[in-house]
Design a protein around this ligand. Structure first.
Ligand code: HPA
Length: 248
């Protein structure tokens, strides 16, 4: 069974034939909402809306630990996350879709590990490649099958939010090597690794990052929502193939 975590612009998955929903409790509290079980083209999928089904949980308040713990307790191996981002690199224009391959974490104050408390031995997970290479290549294959153009690779800069960045912050991130910014990529990716889940992200560019192109003076979220709505149709097409390719 494949797990899909949907972000802004994907609070539900219309292509999912829902069988049931399940409220889960974890040692870390409750996930963002009930898990939704169903099938896409006869393949079993579980879906979770990262911000809750009414998009009410802001990025810094998402219970990432509970979300990943709940999914992991279903004994699945693969998690695909869908996340909206602001584009910094020239080819990451609004509407573009990328499968990032690296992360720089600028978040703070979030619950970012399961290894805390005296009963848990200190463990340093390897995070050299933060995304699962096999899952990434499955997503790239799925995009090819779906006939959708996606950008292979890119550095995802995880920002704290909920505010958007300043133009100077974006310039600094670019100097750091960041290609796109989003508010939810961490600690989600690291927690997935701690639990041994194969995790990769489909990043959808909603807007130019602060201070760039049409965002020189401000980021207009209404425009970004319209862009996301359109791009999410393509993401759903890719996911339809991704579930078919998900043979372990
Ligand atoms: N910055 C951070 N997160 C985002 C953005 C952005 O410009 N767009 C969508 N998510």
């Amino acid at each position: 069974m494949l797990a899909i975590i949907g972000g802004t612009g994907m609070a539900q998955l219309p292509c999912l034939e829902i069988s049931h929903r399940k409220v889960m409790r974890t040692p870390y509290g409750e996930p963002s909402g009930p898990l939704t079980f169903g099938r896409i083209k006869n393949n079993q999928v579980v879906f979770l809306a990262r911000h809750g089904y009414g998009h009410i949980i802001p990025p810094h308040a998402v219970n990432y630990r509970a979300n990943l713990w709940a999914l992991q307790s279903l004994d699945l191996t693969r998690v695909i996350s869908v996340a909206s981002v602001g584009g910094i690199r020239d080819d990451l224009v609004p509407g573009a879709i990328a499968i990032p391959d690296q992360i720089i974490d600028y978040t703070h104050g979030r619950k970012y590990t399961y290894y805390e408390g005296i009963e848990k031995p200190i463990t340093h997970i390897d995070f050299t490649e933060p995304y699962c290479p096999l899952t990434r290549s499955r997503l790239l294959d799925a995009a090819r099958h779906a006939g959708k153009k996606v950008i292979d690779g890119g550095v995802y800069g995880a920002t704290q939010g909920p505010r958007l960045e300043t133009a100077a912050e974006i310039n600094r991130f670019e100097r750091d090597g960041v290609d796109m910014v989003g508010m939810t990529g961490m600690p989600e990716a690291a927690l997935a690794r701690e639990l041994g889940l194969c995790y990769a992200t489909i990043a959808v560019v909603a807007n130019y990052a602060a201070g760039r192109k049409t965002s020189v003076r401000e980021i207009r979220l209404e425009a970004a929502h319209a862009v996301l709505e359109k791009a999410m149709v393509e993401v759903r097409n890719i996911l339809e193939y991704a579930v078919e390719l998900d043979v372990d």
